[in-house]
Ligand binder design. Structure first.
Ligand code: 0RA
Length: 633
């Protein structure tokens, strides 16, 4: 009786999480699934930030579980003062928002989707095992589906170690799929290791043969992060400017280096969480950067008395920078809760950057001079680009509605149902025109390779015919003038062959969207169509199969009855009816949605694939070629 009553309270405690998982982990799709791992790892990273742990192990088990282990103090196993008869560990695992350090001094995360607590992971698992090494003992406790305790925490032996191990199995009745993707985890874990200097993060995936193992540990922290991001580019100079500052309100850690490219890559973080919408820390950094560089320029006579100051955007051209702050009560704001709202961080970062970057420029005259000359060239190019853009605007105004001639537009004017297919090549373009539903589907054929925007400044980009057609068809401008609410279609779908050329064109297009229409990607409007990879003939019936997995299933079901299997190379191998059924029909097709969850990684992928460094590109393609999902940048 007493036990039942207790069990009911526990169930009630985690019930809201199972009712509305999205509220706690964002979604029940792949992003939410991987969030479970990050949640557990975050707790171990907290131990490391508190100076109590030096190593975290993450292992994916063959039975679908995930094990996270650290060498921290271990979650306390004694009775929790506020919950009679429950250990502190059980409270952490069964009470929402109880994950904190019980009034401790750590930089706990609040708001957003992070720091919701390990109890959320427990609630969304079909099973969870806890193991704690502490005070000379080894302690264990087990939980069943939904975070229901199966026993009390108990000592099962002595131990000389300390630390916490949590193993969990995501609940298949909650998640759309429960298979972890190693590459996704590795990217975030590497980022974690960069952000926490010296922390050793060891990943192992027991599922494949051979087992995959990778260890991250960066003695240089953010300096290593910046070097890594610029490794695929051409750094303007070898040195990385790096500095940190600690005050009452928190800590700032900054590293920066310019490259010879044209894009600005400022990546900011608050308590290890990527603040993709920016916020106060980023504002403070940009303001101080502009100020420090201009101040230096005036003092050294690099800017003449009669001349204007350099603009921030000119100074930031080709800049790769990481701004990481740690603070007590972060306020996450903005559409995706990734904008830091704490005003005290603006002044802290601004002050630190003004002082320390000012000193750095004084101490490194050759580098300072290179920064100046790059910013001055950028200012000149900005004026040229403005002229080119004005010309394009005037031209499209003269040409009436301004839709490109080769666009076969759709008839609906309700853009929430409209789709634009960007199709490689004229012949595939005309099949797609025959295949489409002309009410809601528009076709824009593009010819051959589009311009690589990673290696071209704005003025050149605007003169390119294919780029112009894209801008006009989408109808919402470009770069800082891009207005996502003006986009003429809800879905922009890239349709290219499944071969090397097709993949190159896809990458060029995705690079263009990511660099020049980033809101389009960030708000989930960009998709990649998936034409089938195989066709199989049984008697006279042809079946199209989207990938190897589908082929295997099909072969198993039609044993001995298939002589002809064909690997499809081009869209041209299908007639328009087949193209419609397999690839374009909203009722039966599958589309990949392109996301940029981690802007730093998307930036890296773009640079690797489209930049100067051929070696890096070859390596990346070899590493990812087998994984179709690498498009999911
Ligand atoms: C509460 C209090 C203390 C540590 C922890 C929780 C803790 C939680 C997790 C989760 C994963 N690894 C963890 N390591 C520690 C402080 C205990 C003390 O003061 O000894």
């Amino acid at each position: 009786m007493a036990y039942d009553a207790k069990a009911i309270t526990v169930l009630k405690g985690l019930d809201p999480v199972r009712k509305r998982p999205g509220m706690y982990i964002g979604s029940t799709g792949p992003s939410g699934l991987h969030h479970l791992v990050y949640e557990v790892v975050d707790n171990s990273v907290d131990e490391a930030m508190a100076g109590e742990a030096t190593r975290i192990d993450i292992t994916l088990l063959t039975d679908g579980g995930c094990r996270v282990s650290d060498n921290g103090r271990g979650i306390p196993v004694d009775d929790h003062p506020d919950y009679k008869g429950k250990s502190a560990a059980e409270v952490v695992l069964t009470v929402l928002h109880a994950g904190g350090k019980f009034g401790g001094e750590g930089y706990k995360v609040s708001g957003g989707l992070h720091g919701v607590g390990v109890s959320v992971v427990n609630a969304l698992s079909s099973r969870l095992d806890l193991e704690v090494h502490r005070d000379g003992g080894k302690w264990v406790q087990h939980y069943a589906k939904g975070g229901k305790p199966q026993d009390k925490i108990s000592q099962v032996g002595p131990s000389k170690k300390r630390g916490t191990t949590i193993t969990f199995w995501p609940d298949a009745t909650i998640f759309e799929e429960t298979e972890f993707r190693a590459q996704t985890l590795l990217e975030r874990l590497r980022e974690m290791a960069f952000l926490n200097k010296g922390l050793e993060i060891c990943f192992r995936d027991d599922r494949p043969e051979p087992v995959l193992e990778q260890t991250f540990r960066f003695a240089g922290g953010l300096t290593d992060f910046v070097k890594h991001l610029n490794a695929t580019k051409e750094p303007l100079f070898k040195r990385v400017a790096a500095f940190e500052e600690t005050s009452e309100t928190g800590e700032v850690d900054i590293a920066m280096q310019w490259n010879t490219g044209y894009y600005e890559g400022i990546h900011s973080f608050a308590n290890n969480i990527a603040t993709t919408e920016g916020g106060m820390h980023e504002e403070g950094f940009k303001k101080a950067l502009t100020n420090a560089v201009n101040k230096y320029g005036r003092a050294k006579g690099l800017i003449k008395e009669k001349d204007d100051n350099l603009l921030g955007e000119d100074i930031r051209e080709g800049l790769t920078a990481i701004v990481s702050v740690k603070l007590r009560n972060p306020q996450f704001e903005g559409q995706t809760k990734t904008k830091l709202g704490n005003t005290e961080m603006r002044s802290l970062v601004e002050k630190a950057t003004n002082e320390k970057l000012g000193d750095w420029l004084e101490e490194h005259p050759p580098e300072a001079k290179q920064i100046f000359s790059k910013a001055t060239t950028a200012a000149r190019a900005r004026l040229a680009a403005r002229q080119a853009r004005d010309l394009t605007r005037r031209k499209s105004a003269l040409e009436g509605a301004g839709l490109p001639g080769k666009l076969a537009d759709c008839s609906s004017r309700d853009r929430s149902e409209c789709e634009l297919f960007i199709v490689e090549g004229n012949s595939a373009g005309s099949s797609a025109k025959d295949a489409r539903d002309p009410r809601i589907q528009a076709i824009l054929p593009i010819r051959g390779k589009i311009l690589n925007v990673e290696r071209a400044r704005m003025d050149k980009m605007l003169k390119n015919a294919e780029i112009q057609a894209l801008i006009q068809a989408i109808g919402a401008g470009l770069a800082e003038d891009f207005a996502v609410d003006k986009v003429r279609y809800d879905k922009i779908i890239v349709l290219a062959d499944a071969d090397v050329d097709g993949s190159h064109i896809r990458t060029l297009l995705l690079t263009f969207f990511f660099r020049q229409m980033s809101d389009l990607v960030e708000q989930g409007h960009v998709y990649v169509a998936q034409p089938p990879l195989f066709s199989a003939l049984v008697g006279k019936t042809k079946t199209y199969l989207k990938d190897e997995a589908a082929l295997d299933v099909f072969l198993a079901g039609n044993e001995g009855r298939t002589p002809v299997i064909q690997r499809l190379k081009g869209l041209g191998e299908m007639d328009f009816q087949e193209l419609w059924e397999t690839t374009m029909d909203p009722g039966s097709r599958t589309l990949l949605q392109v996301s940029v969850e981690q802007a730093a990684i998307a930036d890296e992928v773009c640079s690797v694939l489209m930049g100067e460094n051929v070696e890096a590109r070859r390596g990346f393609i070899q590493q990812n070629a087998k994984d179709v999902r690498f498009l999911d940048i």
